[in-house]
Each structure stands twice: as structure tokens, then as C-alpha cells.
Design a protein around this ligand. Structure first.
Ligand SMILES: NC(=O)C1=CN([C@@H]2O[C@H](COP(=O)(O)OP(=O)(O)OC[C@H]3O[C@@H](n4cnc5c(N)ncnc54)[C@H](O)[C@@H]3O)[C@@H](O)[C@H]2O)C=CC1
Ligand SMILES: CC(C)CC(=O)C(=O)O
Length: 405
């Protein structure tokens, strides 16, 4: 148990510069300016359950977040707002102005997932996914941290051989508000031969690369000091420019060992020898794909949390998975990624590290007691649903002693 906690604690501790005294809405990234004042103990949290399994995992994570925080004397007021398909059904748009406004005014945002078959044929501006992209852009959360750690308890759940998966502890730093997801021109048209076409633009300005590069170098510096920048600079101009800017920023971090890798090779290396990676920095689309791949090394996409942070304003915390319509409404979803996202919210969003550690420890304790959802089940463990594993995590939190005042 101690060894497991140690491994986990290191991986969580090493994500970003430690900010145990981050005031509300202070800059949290890169060159952080922190107040020395004690953190506030009252926060407003926007909950965005979204679609599919989103409401199931958010309901569980909310209870865990609330209990862990209360043991540290922290009070939350939660405000639940619609986003994605749920918002489309209610209001006709995937990100209502009120949702964005409430989110912006809160201290942190916890999101489940969006999307579903029902809205798949909608026009682009009426897709749930557009609402999530608008939310990320509206909150200006350009830095998406996606830790992938193989917990000793789940090494048998990995699809990779034990000796390959064991000990993997990597961090994907994904650029989140630029690149091909947002680049213009984009759309549908007709080419000179009269053929219908669809097109998008991968574009990055130097400031966008420089700021994510600094976050990634700072992150690597707090971890094992190794940063691998992933691009497609053998083919794409946007990647050539990415590599040039990353190399320029590297001169500010002589203590960090920088390497570059093409994305096709990186995809292969992640399953060949994932332990070679410490911190990966990459663009929006490659980060999306590589982090889903990395999640399977850890056992399941249902295990990977994420934190999306900007220079100012609330952070957005969400599991990396989608709305999983194939299992929605069946109490089969693994809520641990969302619960761990709540821990990231406490640590990186609010500077409440002790409460975050309570959640991380409770997740480990629950796994140590043998509880598993279907996606991480292995023989000899206890198969439970989303609600039940949530209740077990709550019991683990509940059994912890409050920090003396
Ligand atoms: N951040 C978000 O809200 C995201 C939303 N989506 C949307 O979600 C919908 C479904 O997309 P998919 O490509 O199927 O990706 P997905 O991540 O929703 O599901 C992929 C597979 O993983 C499983 N899975 C995902 N999360 C799980 C969990 N917590 N526990 C157990 N199993 C889990 C699903 O059952 C499915 O078999 C689409 O509408 C898509 O656009 C996709 C990715 C991210
Ligand atoms: C807009 C989202 C559905 C894109 C995505 O897959 C993600 O960022 O996780």
C-alpha cells in the first residue's frame, strides 16, 4: 500500500509547480505568481454533467469531492448547468450563454462528457462537441494536462504485457485551444473538378506554441526532466514551425532534456516502450489521440483525468473519455477518471492539495479493497457498477481522519 501511494503521490505531485497557496483566479501556470495568503475555504463549482455517462460519473464525483473537501474544512456551493446535447435539447444551443457565464464566474468547472448518437447528424454549430470546444475557448484553457499512470493495482488490466506497462508514469501536455480544431479556413466546398470537399486548417501562432511549451518545460522540470515534443514536421508546415518554436523556448530550460518525435513513431513507441516517456508536449489533435492511446496502457480510458488551465480564470476539469453512449444509463461507467479529475480540480484549480490527496488515497484504497468496474475488472476482484464503486470511494474518504484545525 505504501509503495502504491508513493508511486501515485509522485505522479500527481509532479504535474505542475506546487501551488499550495493559490488564490482564487490567480495565474496557475508557468511563471506563477502566487499570493502568500492562505487559500480561501469557500468556493463555487460549476457542474456540467453533459450527456451519456456524464451525469452518472458527475453525480458520483460530486459526492466524493464534497466529502473530501469537507474533511479539510472547505465549503462548496455547486451550480449545475446544461452543456452539449442536454443543452441543445433544453435551449437549442450546445453552450448556452448562461452556462458559460456561470462557469466563468465560478472557481472551477467539473465536466462529465458530451455527445451522443441523437445529435450526430446535426449541423456543426448544433453539435454537442461544438459546445465543448466553445467552452474551452471561452474559458481560455489552453493547457490540457493528461496524466497516464499505471497503478500497481491495475497492471493486469492493461492490454500491454505486465513488464511493458508496469511503472509507466507519463504526462501528456496537450495544446487545447488552437490547431486544427479551431483553425480557419474550414468548411465544405466544391473543388475545381466540381467534387465536394471538406477542409480544415492546422495553424499555430508563435505565442500559442511558446506558452504551451513553457507549461510543458515547467511540467517536465517538476517530473523527470525529460520532454518529448511530438509533431509531424517531416510533412506539415505547422509542425515545422511548432518544432522551431519549441526548440527556441528550450534555451530557457537548459536543465530539461528535449527530444522530438514524429507522431506516427510516437504512437508506435507508446505501445512498444511507454516507459521511455516522461512528459510529452503536442498539439491539439495529436494530444487528443495519443492520450486516448496512453489511457489503455493504464487499463482503461475510464481511469484518465485531465485538467485544462489558462492564465486566469477557472480551470476546466474533465475525464478524457467521451459520453460512452454504448454503456450510458446502465450503471456500467467507471467514474474514477472523473473522481480523479475532481482531485485535480482541488489541487490545480483551487490549490487545496490536502483535499486532493484524500481523493487520490481513497481511489487507491478502493482499488486495494478489490472493487472494479467492468472496464478494469480482472479475475479475483469484485465487479461493481458506477454507483457502488462511488460509494466505496466515499467510504474510503469517510474513514480518513480530518486534519486537525
Ligand atoms: N470530452 C468529451 O466530452 C468527449 C466526447 N466525446 C463524444 O462522446 C461520444 C462517444 O464517443 P466515443 O468515440 O465512443 O468515445 P468514448 O470515450 O465515449 O467511448 C469509447 C469506448 O470507451 C468506453 N468508455 C469510455 N468511458 C468509459 C468509462 N468511464 N467507463 C467505462 N468505459 C468507458 C465506451 O464504453 C466505449 O466503448 C461521441 O459523441 C463523441 O463525440 C468523445 C471524446 C471526448
Ligand atoms: C470536442 C471533443 C469531443 C474533442 C475530444 O475528443 C476531446 O478533446 O477529448
Amino acid at each position: 500500500m505504501a509503495a502504491c501511494l508513493q508511486l501515485n503521490a509522485r505522479s500527481f505531485r509532479s504535474i505542475l509547480p506546487t501551488t499550495s497557496s493559490v488564490p482564487k483566479h490567480s495565474a496557475r501556470l508557468g511563471r506563477i505568481s502566487c499570493s502568500a495568503a492562505s487559500p480561501s475555504k469557500r468556493y463555487t463549482i460549476t457542474l456540467l454533467p453533459g450527456d451519456g455517462i456524464g451525469p452518472e460519473v458527475i453525480s458520483v464525483a460530486k459526492n466524493v469531492l464534497n466529502l473530501a473537501a469537507s474533511l479539510e474544512g472547505i465549503e462548496f456551493s455547486f451550480q449545475e448547468m446544461p452543456v452539449g446535447g442536454a443543452a441543445l435539447d433544453l435551449t437549442g444551443v450546445p453552450l448556452p450563454e448562461e452556462t458559460l457565464s456561470v462557469a466563468k464566474q465560478s472557481d472551477a468547472v467539473l465536466l462529465g462528457a458530451i455527445g451522443g448518437y441523437k445529435w450526430d447528424k446535426n449541423e456543426k454549430h448544433l453539435k454537442p462537441e461544438t459546445g465543448l470546444l466553445q467552452l474551452r475557448q471561452g474559458l481560455k484553457v489552453f493547457a490540457n494536462l493528461r496524466p497516464a499512470t499505471v497503478l500497481p493495482q491495475l497492471v493486469d488490466s492493461s492490454t500491454l504485457k505486465k513488464e511493458v506497462a508496469e511503472g509507466v508514469d507519463l504526462m501528456v501536455v496537450r495544446e487545447l485551444t488552437g490547431g486544427i480544431y479551431f483553425g480557419k479556413p474550414r468548411g465544405f466546398s466544391t473543388n475545381e473538378d466540381g467534387e465536394e470537399i471538406g477542409f480544415n486548417t492546422e495553424v499555430y501562432a508563435s505565442y500559442e506554441i511558446d506558452r504551451i511549451a513553457r507549461i510543458a518545460f515547467e511540467t517536465a522540470r517538476k517530473r523527470q526532466g525529460k520532454l518529448c515534443s511530438v509533431d509531424k514536421a517531416n510533412v506539415l508546415e505547422a509542425s515545422m514551425f511548432w518544432r522551431k518554436r519549441i526548440t527556441t523556448i528550450a534555451s530557457e530550460y537548459p536543465d530539461v532534456e528535449l527530444s522530438h518525435m514524429y507522431v506516427d513513431n510516437a504512437a508506435m513507441q507508446l505501445v512498444r516502450n511507454p516507459k521511455q516517456f516522461d512528459t510529452i508536449v503536442t498539439n491539439n489533435i495529436f494530444g487528443d489521440i495519443l492520450s486516448d492511446e496512453a489511457s489503455m496502457i493504464t487499463g482503461s480510458i475510464g481511469m484518465l483525468p485531465s485538467a485544462s488551465l489558462g492564465e486566469l480564470g477557472p480551470g476546466l476539469f474533465e475525464p478524457i473519455h467521451g459520453s460512452a453512449p454504448d454503456i450510458a444509463g446502465q450503471d456500467k461507467a467507471n467514474p474514477l477518471a472523473t473522481i480523479l479529475s475532481a482531485a485535480m480540480l482541488l489541487k490545480y484549480g483551487l490549490g487545496q492539495e490536502n483535499a486532493a490527496k484524500r481523493i487520490e488515497a481513497a481511489v487507491l484504497d478502493t482499488l486495494n479493497r478489490g472493487f472494479r468496474t467492468g472496464d478494469i475488472y480482472s479475475s479475483g476482484t469484485k465487479l461493481v457498477g458506477c454507483k457502488e464503486i462511488g460509494e466505496e470511494v466515499l467510504k474510503s474518504v469517510d474513514s480518513q481522519v480530518p486534519t486537525p484545525a
